[in-house]
Design a protein around this ligand. Structure first.
Ligand code: FES
Length: 279
């Protein structure tokens, strides 16, 4: 029997904001019924403020409690404030969760992140399920992807396969994926070490390096698919760019900017770089 806080028990017995919102402005999902836990969150957003949030979940008591408290945490907050919420915040608001149940707070965080990403991309909600980019599944028993494991390490400083299992469930059944999980942990910390060892550049050297990486590494890759990119301006950590060709107006342009352009510049120039698309 897990040792649950009073708050977890309260939200489990009397969950708040259960249900769905018709005409929601954003919908996010995490987990899947096949894995034993799933969560769908609905948001109503007006003038940049979350005015209503509801959830439907299939899962254990801590999944219900995490979803319930999450809706309370976000109603009335601005989208920018909501974006800063982490799974640890959800667990903290509940007065803590047993380590083996931290994956429930991660599921809440992932559903919220999914909803906000969909809202940002302003993709037609009906089209959304077909448009989703196929991610690499690491743990087939629980449908956990590489990105989910990467995020769990990043946001919670996880260092062992056992911790990953507690936070995401990956590795908790047949165990065949444990080797892959260890590889992801190793890659994450190697990459972090490389980023921390990037040389300090003067402002002028930094501008030259960003220009050079865009011209020699990023642009050639985008051109292979009929797209391209132009550097517009650099303002501190912000790198303003314009996507061209097939990349401009593409529904996945947000993903290209974040997971390729921004990632490449962070790995080669500065880990704090933020890439922003301008029209
Ligand atoms: S594949 Fe991950 S536990 Fe079975």
């Amino acid at each position: 029997m897990w040792d649950y806080s009073e708050k977890v028990m309260d939200h489990y017995r009397n969950p708040r904001n259960v249900g769905k919102i018709d005409n929601a402005d954003a919908i996010g999902e995490a987990g899947s019924l096949a894995c034993g836990d799933s969560l769908k969150i609905y948001l109503k957003i007006q003038n940049g403020i979350v005015t209503d949030a509801k959830f439907q979940t299939f899962g254990c008591g801590s999944a219900v409690a995490s979803s319930s408290i999450l809706t309370e945490m976000i109603i009335g907050k601005t989208v920018e404030e909501v974006k800063k919420i982490t799974n640890q915040d959800i667990a903290d608001q509940l007065g803590g969760l047993p380590p083996e149940k931290m994956h429930c707070s991660v599921m809440g965080y992932e559903a919220l992140e999914d909803a906000l990403q969909n809202f940002d991309n302003m993709i037609d909600l009906d089209d959304l399920r077909e448009e989703k980019v196929v991610e690499k599944i690491v743990c087939t028993c629980f449908g956990v992807t590489e990105n989910m494991i990467w995020d769990a390490i990043k946001h919670n400083g996880l260092k062992t396969v056992e911790e990953i299992t507690n936070y995401t469930k990956a590795g908790g059944a047949c165990g065949k994926c444990k080797g892959l999980i260890q590889d992801i942990i190793d890659t994450y910390y190697k990459k972090e070490e490389a980023e921390n060892n990037l040389p300090q550049l003067s402002p002028a050297q930094r501008i030259l390096k960003i220009n050079n990486v865009i011209e020699t590494q990023i642009s050639p890759e985008l051109r292979k698919d009929g797209g391209d990119i132009t550097l517009v301006d650099i303002d501190g950590d912000k790198v303003l760019v314009k996507l061209r060709g097939k990349c401009s107006g593409c529904k996945n342009s947000h993903l290209t900017l974040k997971s390729f352009v921004e990632m490449t510049l962070r790995e080669t120039v500065d880990k704090n770089i933020l890439v922003i698309e301008v029209s």
